[in-house]
Ligand binder design. Structure first.
Ligand code: AMP
Ligand code: ZN
Length: 112
């Protein structure tokens, strides 16, 4: 998708610090970390937001969650983590290619 930062990260035209990649997803370090360890996990398909998901595209979400623990351990997260999806403008989404934040490396406080 033209002008999508995350599609450009997937095609390599914008650099990223990759931590995991396969045919369906990519995970890389967030440039503005909100926790000691902050990885962004994205599908290799331009799905605008979680609000757009259907039965078929939800398979990307299942795949991302199935890899999250392995990715967390590979970046040194030990005692749990938080996965966050910001959905839509009021949900705090700023990049409109669906993604999941993987946050860890400290005891995270209450959400809210
Ligand atoms: P959200 O606000 O949920 O849409 O999250 C977008 C996230 O993408 C933010 O945490 C940004 O810091 C991160 N981000 C934006 N551009 C890049 C980039 N080029 N490389 C890594 N992370 C990025
Ligand atoms: Zn995209």
């Amino acid at each position: 998708m033209d002008n999508c930062v995350f599609c450009k990260i997937i095609d390599g035209s914008i650099p990223s610090k990759k931590v995991y990649e396969d045919d369906k997803m990519l995970a890389f370090y967030d440039i503005e970390p909100a926790a000691p360890v902050h990885v962004v996990m994205i599908p290799k398909a331009h799905i605008k937001s979680a609000d757009e998901l259907d039965e078929q595209s939800s398979l990307y979400v299942a795949h991302i969650f199935s890899k999250a623990g392995e990715i967390a351990r590979s970046v040194g997260i030990k005692n749990g983590y938080r996965i966050v999806n910001n959905c839509g403008a009021d949900g705090g989404q700023t990049v409109f290619h669906m993604h999941f934040h993987l946050l860890g490396g400290k005891t995270l406080g209450k959400m809210g």
